[in-house]
Design a protein around this ligand. Structure first.
Ligand code: DC
Length: 233
């Protein structure tokens, strides 16, 4: 099987829509690899800050992006660990401030281009579930199934607050909602790979669906699309 014929399911959509949780569970169910592309942008933002790189210094960001000392470690829980230079930075990269910086550097076309190969390298046998903003449009345009997840911003904010609280991080609903709206606007209006569904993506509104319902719908869509059983290996 050539690399490009390996199956890929892309999950794109705005922040807090459930891509991460759904993506990881979907990958587990199928026995496939999982790519959290947002974590790459977050780790780059985090690394840039540690290296005192100005977020408007495109050249320095590109050179860090090309040799980013980042790896993901599987975790028995839901969260995939983010390891930067042998340090576990999972908690640090998940903060709102790191998300804000990630969104800023993600708007730079040269930075996005520098991260393309690293993302595509996750396409390994037996398959890949990739989540992000441009997985279906730019990174894996030949994906077998492209899902674009949507949800009411208020519901997304509630989910994010719950997620942060579960991690022991205090979060205020109004602030998170404002942050989500601002990030949506920034991600959707940037010139490089804006947050948009691919033409052949299937839109799935998760506002009133549970994680399991979303998961089952995606497995069903994959089964229909490929005529393959929606179970693992
Ligand atoms: O999904 P996330 O919140 O972890 O992503 C963090 C930021 O990275 C988000 O504001 C947009 C950006 N991003 C992107 O531009 N393209 C991706 N494929 C993934 C994330």
């Amino acid at each position: 099987m050539t690399e490009s014929s390996l199956p890929v399911i892309t999950l794109d959509g705005p922040g807090g829509v459930g891509k991460g949780t759904v993506g990881q569970r979907l990958a587990q169910r199928l026995g496939w690899h999982y790519l959290d592309s947002g974590a790459i942008y977050r780790a780059l933002a985090w690394g840039a800050e540690k290296a005192d790189i100005d977020l408007s210094d495109t050249q320095a960001l590109v050179s860090l992006a090309k040799k980013l000392p980042l790896r993901f470690a599987p975790d028995p829980g839901d969260v995939c660990r983010v390891i930067y230079q042998d340090t576990d930075v999972t908690g640090q990269v998940r903060t709102e401030s790191c998300g804000r910086s990630a969104s800023r550097i993600a708007a730079i076309p040269e930075v996005r281009a520098a991260l393309l190969d690293r993302q595509r390298a996750f396409r390994q046998p037996p398959g890949l579930v990739a989540d992000g903003r441009d997985m279906g449009t730019t990174v894996f345009p030949d994906a077998n199934l492209k899902v674009f997840l949507l949800a009411d911003p208020r519901v997304r904010a509630e989910r994010r607050v719950r997620q942060l609280n579960d991690k022991g991080i205090n979060a205020i609903m109004a602030d998170v909602l404002q942050e989500i709206r601002k990030r949506d606007e920034q991600d959707a209006t940037r010139r490089a790979s804006p947050l948009l569904p691919a033409e052949d993506a299937i839109e799935l509104d998760t506002t009133s669906l549970s994680i399991d319902e979303v998961l089952n719908r995606i497995l069903e869509l994959y089964r229909k699309k490929t005529d393959r059983p929606a179970s693992g290996r």
